[in-house]
Write a protein that binds this ligand. Structure first.
Ligand SMILES: [Zn+2]
Length: 328
């Protein structure tokens, strides 16, 4: 279903819209709109204020009721899904409890400071600017959820039912998906990166595989992924196979005494050669390694991923190992 991957608003069902931002790489996220009987629900804002305003304007143009957003759902705490919240601050903002907590730890001011410091940060800074230099983090005020939930929460938009399903920790600590079961449409947030390597900031990846299984058990016609073109269950099956493969490969390399970075460099991902952002393997394999270590020690504690050193790790791989470099 990768045909028609163009930027902007696309109807994916009666009163259901996806807002897509090709090419879906770092920061270029998707969002969603549900409208019925003059009520509206927005799924995620975008990485900066200009992009979010462009999106809201496109929504108002196509759907007059969207001149007022009643409810905003943030699928997770990464800035490319919540930094535009202040533009819909009158809406009720809903997120999982864990996402709300994590959002406070990832303020836009930190991204703005990193962009300013990047030129002094050598190769890590170069990599950071290559990923995030196109966005404007100045003047962003963090606006946090006012309604939090754990597990599941069902919302109504006119006559429609939107089921919020928390499947994190996986990509982040509190990942949430929005299911319109009657319409057979799922807004997956970053549980699905379509056409790119996923990144497991939080893990465990075993939870992410469980999330894939939950999606595969749903009756769906369309999945609006957090990044990339519209998808279907085929993309989820492929993602699950990818994680299972990474587990097997990482386990074998850990047994040989390889570090996670050595493992990330040596694992062949040729089967997914057309996926972008291969450098994310550095973080995802490190997350899998930490799970395997915990399994050895019988320690159930959750690893707390810190995005900045993790990005440094990516940069190392991306810049020093041509086999993992980003396509130009
Ligand atoms: Zn994202």
């Amino acid at each position: 279903m990768s045909d028609g991957y163009s930027s902007g608003l696309q109807e994916v069902g009666d009163g259901l819209y996806a807002y897509l931002q090709p090419d879906g790489s770092w920061g270029w996220s998707n969002a969603g709109l549900v409208a019925d009987e003059e009520q509206t629900l927005l799924i995620d804002t975008l990485f900066d204020l200009d992009l979010t305003e462009q999106m809201l304007s496109a929504m108002r143009h196509a759907v007059p009721a969207a001149s007022r957003i009643d409810t905003l759902v943030n699928t997770h705490a990464n800035g490319d899904h919540c930094y535009g919240n202040q533009l819909v601050r009158d809406a009720r903002i809903v997120a999982s409890e864990r996402t709300a907590t994590e959002m406070a730890e990832l303020p836009a001011t930190a991204m703005a400071a990193l962009v300013r410091e990047a030129p002094k940060m050598g190769e890590v800074g170069e990599f950071f600017l290559r990923c995030f230099g196109a966005f404007d983090f100045d003047g962003i005020e963090m606006v946090f959820p006012d309604q939090k939930f754990s597990g599941e929460l069902t919302l109504r938009v006119g006559s429609r039912e939107v089921r919020l399903i928390e499947v994190g920790p996986a990509h982040t600590r509190g990942d949430t998906m929005a299911l319109l079961a009657a319409e057979r449409v799922l807004f997956s947030g970053d549980i699905l990166f379509n056409g790119a390597h996923p990144i497991a900031w939080a893990g465990p990846v075993s939870n992410w595989i469980a999330a894939c299984e939950r999606i595969l058990a749903m009756e769906l016609d369309v999945i609006v992924p957090g990044h990339g073109p519209l998808a279907d269950q085929g993309s989820v099956r492929e993602l699950k196979a990818y994680f299972e493969y990474l587990y097997d490969q990482a386990r074998a390399r850990l047994a040989k005494g390889m570090t996670s970075l050595e493992a990330a460099r040596s694992i062949s991902v040729d089967r997914w050669a057309d996926w972008g952002d291969r450098e994310r393997l550095a973080v995802t394999v490190a997350t899998i390694y930490s799970e395997l270590w915990r399994e050895r020690r019988g320690d159930p504690a959750q690893r707390s991923a810190n995005a900045v050193p993790a990005l440094g790790g990516i940069a190392m791989v991306a810049l020093h190992d041509r086999s993992l470099d980003r396509p130009a």
